[in-house]
Design a protein around this ligand. Sequence first.
Ligand code: SAH
Length: 350
Amino acid sequence: MEKADILSMNKDEVCDFLTSLGEAKFRGKQVFKQLHFRKASSFDEMTDLSLSLREKLKETSGIFGVKPVEKYKSSLDSTIKYLFEIRNGYIIESVLMKYDYGYSVCVSTQAGCRMGCAFCASTIGGLERSLTAGEILSQVYEIERQENIRVGHVVMMGCGEPLDNFDSSVRFISLLSDPDGANISRRNITLSTCGLVDEIYRLKDLHLPITLAVSLHAPNNEIRQKIMPVARKYSYEDVIKAAADYAEGTKRRVTFEYALIKGVNDSEKAAYELAGRLKGVLGHVNLIPVNDVKERNFLRSSDTGVKKFSSILTAEGIENTVRRRLGSDINAACGQLRKRYKNNSEVKTL
Ligand code: SAH
């Protein structure tokens, strides 16, 4: 019989599982706390359970987390990047960033991705498989264990499209914010999507006070279609409307991500057009000088180009920030490191 994925279960499910093993229900809460509050990575660590119960759990279930493979420390800032292996041998990546408000982890939700954005390294080999909620969680827990820290913020901006793995992503958010578990505030969790409109509405209807980030990367559909295949499925207007409705419904400001790519989407005209599109929407723009992806021949806009773009948005009344490029020496952008690792080319372990 296949072992149950206990790390992906919510509290009620763990209690039901323990009951099905002939145990008292309160044992379920005890096991849940071990997994998500004490963050035990093996049943042997759960010393408040009897030896026989631990054996029973080992026989019937598994803690299917991620396994550390490599770790890279930036020499420019305190960013650390991890390569993890999941079941079936696939490789994913996660990033730890230190801000003045505390530690933030960027997690992957899928190994690979099928969205096909032209500037993104994660998508080059297509989708390998979606992660379970436990595998997404375990990236946070494993980093906390390794660094002996507590993480306060989580962004779902690693490999994969979270809304293409909807159920596991939502389950992950519930587990991560459980008061008997990691207890990370939902306000400190950001989910980033390339703009799957139907799923944005599904998410809105769940009324989770998380932050939604929408990868826009263009001022209109014509340019968006050139770099993001998803723009052929959902129109630009529908994406903006979904984001605006999400903001209205949750009263949470939406972040629009905009990676500036030289000669593609960084003209002054594009800045004015973008400003026009976003007027009146409860949100702000996060400008990201694109990380060069050699395979795709996309280059970052010049510093003056970025400044100009930002100042036009500001003058037009659109709030915006230019993202700091943390960990740029360790390929900390989406999917880059994993790709190099798979190609077996030179990656420096520090
Ligand atoms: N699939 C989701 C989340 C993962 S990507 C999404 O599309 O939002 C996280 C962010 O990194 C997205 O905004 C994505 O467009 C951006 N990104 C991908 N490749 C990049 C690159 N080479 N340079 C800068 N940002 C990149």
